[in-house]
Design a binder for this molecule. Sequence first.
Ligand SMILES: Cc1cc2nc3c(=O)[nH]c(=O)nc-3n(C[C@H](O)[C@H](O)[C@H](O)COP(=O)(O)OP(=O)(O)OC[C@H]3O[C@@H](n4cnc5c(N)ncnc54)[C@H](O)[C@@H]3O)c2cc1C
Ligand SMILES: NC(=O)c1ccc[n+]([C@@H]2O[C@H](COP(=O)([O-])OP(=O)(O)OC[C@H]3O[C@@H](n4cnc5c(N)ncnc54)[C@H](O)[C@@H]3O)[C@@H](O)[C@H]2O)c1
Length: 462
Amino acid sequence: MSFDYDLFVIGGGSGGVRAARIAASQYGARVGLAEESRMGGTCVIRGCVPKKLMIFAASAPGMAEEMRGYGWQGAATGLFDWEVFRQKLDAELVRLETIYASGLEKAGVTIHKCRARLADHHTVELADGARVTARHILIAVGGRPAKPGIPGEDLGLISDDLFLMEQLPRRALLVGGGFIACEFATILNGLGVGTVQAYRGDAVLRGFDREARDLATLQLSTCGVDLRLGVSPTRLERQGDRVLAHFDDGASEEFDAVFFATGRKPYTGDLGLENTGVRLGKGGAIEVDEWSQTAVPSIFAVGDVTDRVNLTPVAIREGHSFADTIFGAKPRKVRHDPVASAVYMRPHELGSIGLTEEQAAERGPVDVYSAQFRPMQSMFAGSDAKVLMKLLVDPSDDRVLGCHIFGPSAGEMIQLAAIPITMGCTKADFDATMAVHPTIAEELVTMRSRSRRIGENGGNDG
Ligand SMILES: Cc1cc2nc3c(=O)[nH]c(=O)nc-3n(C[C@H](O)[C@H](O)[C@H](O)COP(=O)(O)OP(=O)(O)OC[C@H]3O[C@@H](n4cnc5c(N)ncnc54)[C@H](O)[C@@H]3O)c2cc1C
Ligand SMILES: NC(=O)c1ccc[n+]([C@@H]2O[C@H](COP(=O)([O-])OP(=O)(O)OC[C@H]3O[C@@H](n4cnc5c(N)ncnc54)[C@H](O)[C@@H]3O)[C@@H](O)[C@H]2O)c1
């Protein structure tokens, strides 16, 4: 049977673009790709990139405050001009979008600028009316923000909306305590928006190491965010051009904007999956095996739509491995553990890899090396903000099972710590490494005595 394409990719985000480009440019496959919105997907257009640029913009007040502590009398930020920033941001996103599209075109990929859905195991229907066939189909459609399901929630915004706002709200409510909520709270607060963050739990960033979560929670409330724990909105109501939020503790309050950062769901609706044997799992994620293959041999899926580890580098690696395996005769599986990540808060970020202390305790005896201290740079300026450096070590073979850093540029630090930890290094390898002085990161190679042993006799023997 002959096909129009060797590969048809649905979705031009992190995973889809990489798979299409590698299959076409390195292995000579005939590739088509459909993108219904802007090329680059969530990360480039409404995620990692604009978010991080906003975090940089939002760092100014903290920097000015620190410099005043160094003797720069009257150091101040001046006035933030959202319009100027927005125009620069838009131009940058257009530049990146163009690079993604031209990279695909140069590789020989045919781009279809429209929505696609599956008609059968080898056929894709395009919104422009075309029907194309392909030997292999890759679903890389990503995820979409999920609202919590409360009355009036249509009055609330989602993360995509922050990047499109004509002007910043004066006072905003952020709902949630995950990656997006904590980063958006940092952005809004840093840009001068009166920010209330409502989170139903007792500490933000559930799933991360508890000691790090406690520091992140403390940082949000001490740097100006009105963080309300154990509270959720139950209903939103329009109040003129503002929104009235009712909370489950009986309180009600008006805001200029309400943002929901209450998780994301795989974007599998109206994709024509009912015309195929592709199976969906928990939360609507496409079920795949270790080769990213669905229940249908000709159909594969990568990235957030499979809800494995929802991060850009993971989607990219899955897309690349798929192309190597299917078109390059180089079978390559993706290792989903350990994967490092960072939450970009200010002044301190959270960088993590591997097991948390709580997960390690469930697994068996684990030695915890943990240090909290005030770093030289901010302490000199008068700040009480504490850094956390933490290693979790298996006493049976000395292997480092986890590393958690809460501190300035923790994202950069964890990237480097992730190399030896992914290689399976031991605590003795850290100890044998000469320190770089004076740095914050030197603490990782100078922590000699363990803080506690956990998971032994179900307890903690200090
Ligand atoms: C606010 C925010 C901040 C983030 N920050 C980070 C970060 O700092 N670091 C990090 O690693 N990750 C971050 N992420 C997560 C990261 O963006 C995702 O993990 C990554 O983009 C997933 O890539 P993907 O290829 O699976 O999907 P996506 O990048 O979402 O791409 C899917 C593409 O498919 C298109 N599409 C969907 N359905 C169809 C269809 N039927 N036909 C045609 N096209 C279709 C969409 O328009 C989209 O362009 C962030 C996410 C958000 C929301
Ligand atoms: N720096 C990064 O790498 C980065 C940044 C942003 C997003 N991401 C990726 O995107 C994913 C999605 O981010 P996210 O922050 O939307 O999700 P998340 O899963 O990290 O957090 C969702 C939050 O919403 C809360 N929540 C869920 N349902 C709720 C409800 N009904 N009422 C009140 N609260 C509710 C949860 O308790 C949690 O705090 C992340 O898991 C991550 O994989 C990564």
